[in-house]
Unconditional design. Structure first.
Length: 426
């Protein structure tokens, strides 16, 4: 069977006929009265049900060291919880601080305290610099960008490639400009592309010369164990690579169980060099007398060890992998060969990255909304929501049921084709 002719190469009469057919399909879509949501990467109810055993835990008031988890203290978290995180992240347990339920909170604390006090290797607090800039790979994680915007930190973008950020572009930005203080990175199954930062790219990032002596890479390993296939990719050893490059303070790693157990009642962690940990704990001590150790013990009892987490995540995979397959089926089924869209086929993480015909992403989202399908706003994966090409849309298929994903994605494919035809036939 021959491939269809790309719409961009089709004559006007073909475009007109296809536009009429697409409008008819879209009218049928609107008539269904749908109310579907693909906006946020949240676990579905069936995923949350996998962790209901937590509600009967813990069975003890003490951890394996005899610490009474109901009382104050233990600012760096339970040793048993830290060991689980360390195994999952490939770091030493001594490198880990186990905290509250949100890794985003720990990230916000880190950046805010760098602004207010500077880091252990800062010439001065970041607030005393004339300007502070961060390198942001795009497309990227919207919450990273909104955090920086809230704190008045400027953002400069570099492309996010299949093997991580464009290293040459990053190096050019950091080499001579001391106002460039950091880089955000989701290294494993990146949000939203699903890209994995290779060991080679990670090594270059940890070793590259930077004009700022206190340059930080905020290594947000939110999806380190969120595999969609049996090939369970391991993250690069950021802390080890930084140490051998004589830049031990450069990376600060974050992770949590938010998409492993209960999204609002998990455990977060930070992993970093000894200096960075001491710096973080000193400031944390002014705001807290210790994390929720009851919840940490609950998680330790539930999982037992890191292998318990891995087995649990295979149950998650069984639930969500069919939803990701449904996304692929819908996009391939309608859009293959038309030359108006490309999309990722991730092997892990929570998103599919869809790029439509330049200048039509906002129209696709609007069409979907009018048909009862909520999508993440176009451009969300760029700083300030500004995608200069208006082509990027992040798809989040985990929260709806499989049947809803099938229905919603068939509708999205219609909207992608209709928006492209409107533009090409105009």
């Amino acid at each position: 069977m021959s491939s269809p002719t790309p719409l961009t190469d089709s004559p006007a009469e073909v475009l007109a006929a296809r536009l009429e057919a697409a409008r008819a399909d879209y009218a049928d879509l609107q008539a269904r009265g749908l109310k579907l949501d693909l906006t946020r990467g949240k676990p579905g109810a069936d995923q949350l049900d996998l962790s209901n055993g937590l509600l009967q835990l813990p069975t003890s008031t003490k951890d394996d060291t005899g610490t009474d988890v109901r009382n104050y203290g233990g600012l760096d978290g339970l040793p048993s919880m830290r060991r689980i995180f360390a195994d999952l992240l490939g770091v030493d347990a001594d490198s880990v601080i186990a905290g509250g339920n949100s890794s985003l909170t720990m990230m916000y604390q880190t950046v805010t305290w760098m602004l207010l006090a500077g880091g252990p290797d800062s010439p001065r607090p970041w607030k005393d610099e004339p300007v502070v800039r961060f390198v942001c790979p795009v497309p990227g994680y919207d919450r990273h960008f909104t955090m920086l915007a809230e704190l008045g930190i400027e953002m400069v973008t570099v492309p996010m490639n299949d093997d991580g950020p464009d290293v040459a572009a990053v190096k050019a930005l950091v080499a001579d400009d001391p106002t460039v203080k950091g880089l955000w990175l989701v290294p494993t199954y990146a949000n939203p592309t699903g890209a994995v930062c290779s060991t080679e790219v990670a090594a270059e990032l940890m070793a590259m010369p930077t004009a700022a002596p206190d340059f930080r890479i905020l290594w947000d390993n939110a999806y380190a164990v969120h595999h969609l296939t049996g090939a369970e990719t391991k993250s690069a050893d950021a802390l080890g690579l930084a140490a051998v490059s004589d830049n031990p303070n450069r990376p600060i790693m974050f992770a949590s169980t938010s998409k492993i157990t209960f999204a609002g009642a998990g455990v977060a962690c930070l992993a970093a060099s000894a200096q960075n940990r001491s710096w973080f704990l000193k400031r944390l001590g002014f705001a807290s007398i210790g994390p929720d150790k009851v919840n940490q013990l609950r998680h330790v009892e539930f999982f037992g060890d890191a292998d318990g987490v891995r087995a649990h995540m295979r149950q998650h995979r069984d639930l969500i992998a069919p939803k990701f397959a449904a996304v692929q089926d819908a996009l391939h089924g309608r859009l293959d060969g038309l030359g108006i869209a490309t999309w990722s086929d991730p092997v892990g993480g929570y998103f599919v990255d869809l790029n439509v015909l330049d200048g039509t992403a906002s129209r696709v989202v609007a069409l979907a909304k009018e048909a009862g399908i909520a999508l993440t706003p176009a451009g969300s994966a760029f700083p300030h929501g500004n995608d200069p090409d208006d082509r990027n849309i992040r798809l989040a298929p985990t929260f709806p049921t499989l049947e809803e994903v099938v229905t919603a994605m068939a509708g999205v494919a219609v909207c992608v084709e209709l928006a492209a035809l409107e533009r090409l036939a105009s």
